[in-house]
Design a protein around this ligand. Structure first.
Ligand code: AR6
Length: 177
């Protein structure tokens, strides 16, 4: 499913984010930048040890922050590690909005044209999927209407249910100003 925003593409696909060939894929990270399970575990397995080594050199970032490493052996040349909120820690919506916006900013700062997001915080961190879809999609649509070099943003959703929730949340969002 594709939509256009100010000539740029926002796309929803169902699949494994580690297979995406976008300039960067986004990792659903934690603040210590230790690659655990879920998306991070898949990135660690397929991308090789170099990504964790780069994360260790960076050392960590704040909840809502995003940092860039190379993609190791992944098809994507870069990984942007975005730290989403853990459900129950407080101010979760704002933190997820910041993690999304900061990922897009980091991609722009490095001149990237395409980026793939997972549904940040909706696995091990326990954030509700429909709320994640609403926040990540509205933040991305708003960002794509502004001054950006990004041309293509993909939401790579794991399983049909996740895809359907994102598709339902995207429909009512106004795409033109
Ligand atoms: N491709 C796309 N989406 C995936 C994949 C995949 N290969 N694998 C899982 N998902 P999670 P979080 C979906 O748990 O909740 C780690 O230990 C999954 O179904 O990866 O932000 C980190 O190191 C869910 O909808 O991230 C952190 O400590 C979504 O991706 C912590 O987990 C996010 O699930 C982060 O937890």
């Amino acid at each position: 499913m594709d939509v256009k925003i100010a000539g740029r593409t926002l796309e929803l696909v169902e699949g494994d984010i580690t297979e995406m060939d976008t300039d960067a894929i986004v990792n659903a990270a934690n603040a210590r930048l230790v690659l655990g399970g879920g998306v991070a575990g898949a990135i660690r397995k397929k991308g090789g040890p170099q990504i964790q080594q780069e994360c260790d050199r960076i050392g960590g970032t704040f909840v809502g922050g995003a940092v860039l490493t190379t993609g190791g052996r992944l098809k994507a040349r870069h990984v942007i590690h975005a730290v989403g909120p853990q459900m129950g820690e407080g101010n979760e919506d704002e933190k997820l909005r910041n993690a999304t916006r900061n990922s897009l900013k980091v991609a722009d700062e490095h001149g990237l044209k395409s980026l793939a997001f997972p549904a940040i915080s909706t696995g091990i961190f326990g954030f509700p999927l429909h709320r994640c879809a609403e926040i990540m999609l509205t933040t991305t649509v708003e960002y794509l209407r502004g001054d950006t070099g990004l041309e293509r943003i993909v939401f790579c959703l794991f399983g049909r249910d996740s895809f359907d929730v994102f598709a339902r949340q995207l429909r009512p969002i106004p795409l033109s100003q």
